[in-house]
Design a protein around this ligand. Structure first.
Ligand SMILES: O=P(O)(O)OC[C@@H](O)[C@@H](O)c1c[nH]c2ccccc12
Length: 260
């Protein structure tokens, strides 16, 4: 079975919700990558989404976009991120998920990317600018390397589309909570509970919620009707400030949600 799916199900079996923080590789320098990942692992996160900085991050809000600009200014490249990760991959016990736009992967070469990513501890990828219909471009190489291709389901996807995406998604289903781009939010709109339950009804692959989640209350709110959450901007912001207490409080919240 997929290592990512297994890690999520294991977290759920322990009575907790999955918690996946997103970090921007190279923000603050690539030398920060190892201590950051090891510290998050120690806090008990389920997996880590590692962002590869890109010049045209169309799905990203200001917090992540600015972190990407800082990382690029530091000379961060996909190659350097994979090399850095490979240097301590033996210490990483949880699956890593690479969040990258399509261009850096194609420039690297998909076959080589898949091999090097696996050596770096990457067990899944999210490519937000690659439509499902185009996934033959990367899927065979990823599959050969044992890397999941995670699909995003948006709030506006039609039921037919949701079913397709849900069945294609590997590791987990990334269900987006808002219309728009990444970034911390204060509140959410609509009947998200029935939307998430509908998505989950198509599959036994766990559905996780992401986008806007930025407080322990949000973690509990979404955790009450999903298998777990992904938190990006709030983590990126807290890491930039060195505020580990805020991060710990978010992780703790995922461990206090009663299982449905
Ligand atoms: O930052 P937020 O609102 O907490 O959302 C998570 C998100 O940052 C992370 O998963 C992510 C960063 N960039 C992306 C692009 C597409 C999909 C997801 C992402």
């Amino acid at each position: 079975m997929s290592q990512i799916k297994e890690a999520i199900l294991e977290t759920n079996r322990q009575g907790h919700k999955a918690f996946i923080p997103y970090i921007m590789a190279g923000d603050g320098g690539l030398e920060k990558l190892k201590p950051t990942i090891l510290k998050l692992q120690e806090l008990g996160v389920t997996a880590i989404e590692v962002g590869i900085p890109f010049t045209d991050p169309v799905a990203d809000g200001p917090t992540i976009e600015e972190a990407g600009v800082r990382a690029l200014a530091n000379g961060t490249t996909l190659r350097k991120v994979l090399e850095t990760l490979a240097g301590f991959a033996h210490e990483i016990k949880i699956p890593l998920i690479a969040m990258t736009y399509l261009n850096p992967v194609l420039a690297y070469g998909i076959g080589q990317f898949a091999k090097d990513a696996h050596k770096a501890g990457i067990r899944g990828v999210i490519i937000p600018d690659m439509p499902l219909e185009e996934s033959d471009l990367v899927h065979p190489a990823l599959k050969a390397a044992g890397i999941d291709l995670v699909q995003l389901v948006s709030l506006t996807s039609t039921p037919e589309r949701i079913e397709k995406l849900t069945k294609a998604s590997e590791g987990f289903i990334y269900a987006v909570t808002v219309n728009g781009i990444t970034g911390a939010r204060s509140s959410f709109e609509g009947d998200l509970e029935s939307h998430f339950k509908k998505i989950q009804s198509y599959t036994d692959t766990p559905v996780l919620a992401g986008f806007g989640i930025s407080t322990p209350e949000h973690v509990k709110q979404f955790g009450s009707f999903t298998s777990g959450v992904i938190v990006g901007s709030k983590i990126v912001d807290s890491l930039a400030k060195g505020d580990w207490d805020a991060i710990e409080n978010l992780v703790k919240a995922s461990k206090t949600v009663p299982l449905a």
